[in-house]
Design a protein around this ligand. Sequence first.
Ligand SMILES: C[S@@+](CC[C@H](N)C(=O)[O-])C[C@H]1O[C@@H](n2cnc3c(N)ncnc32)[C@H](O)[C@@H]1O
Length: 289
Amino acid sequence: MILLNMQQIKSEIGAFQHVEAREIGASEQSQTLDIAPSSARIVRAELVRELWSDDDPFKYTNTKDVDDAYPHTNIRESHIEAILQVQEDMLFWLEVGSMLGGSAIRTARVVKQKQMDALSIICIDPFTGDVNMWAWERNLKEQNQFRFLKLEHGAPTIYSRFMANVYANHAHDTIMPIVASSIVGMKLLERLLSEGRLHSRPDVLFLDSAHEADETFMELQHAWSLLRTGGVLLGDDWSWSSVSNDVRRFANGVDNIDTEKLNKVKSLIHGEFDGAVLVVDGIWYLAKR
Ligand SMILES: C[S@@+](CC[C@H](N)C(=O)[O-])C[C@H]1O[C@@H](n2cnc3c(N)ncnc32)[C@H](O)[C@@H]1O
């Protein structure tokens, strides 16, 4: 039954097979890229159609913006592999909070190694940084250190660096960003689902976004209801009390946590339970029944 639906969806979006490069006029400053994402990654293809009218944002990547200096990508390949092992028939990995693409690119690498040709990685982020990043920017600039925001003309350049990094790592056929806050992005996906414009809920949701108390709690509420039944919700930075307090509070208030699935993850990558939450190397996990 699921296969039949996938076939129907694939034929609907056959037009995605190849994204043509735009004709370049002599006066234009930059050339658009010729990219060819696969129509097999159904979620990515549906979103390109529904949100960008088939005009794939990666065509406009400026390859000069590559920046691989971000130091805080904590999710490990072993974590990603464990999740891919406990989930079946995966189509949709949603990441909320992507920064320069470190975790998404790492995920894409594992997905490709495992030849999971139908899985899309969608990244929701306004690409405007968090409170610390703004507060630290001036000092970091003065000390000539890595700058999170790298402000140009008053605005962060995170998005263009994300796009260039994803492209440089050949992951643009798998990854697609939605430039929106966590709540706007997750509400948008709910809306597209309810309007029949998107056909899959996330199988996995990796939350690494606001890190603010209460805001994280709201993100968890939206993430949990967006996630498919049987899905895995995980996130970074358990060591931040703003994060762990909200995750604990959230986990205590829901009655559909799949402890059996979390135990399967634990058998693969160890870690410890904090109440209903599995914590492994600073990454926290919940599974939805
Ligand atoms: C810690 S970084 C993400 C790192 C990335 N996941 C990695 O491991 O490489 C946090 C990101 O969250 C984003 N962010 C901050 N507030 C957000 C919000 N309310 N909604 C979505 N993203 C947010 C920031 O723009 C930043 O890119």
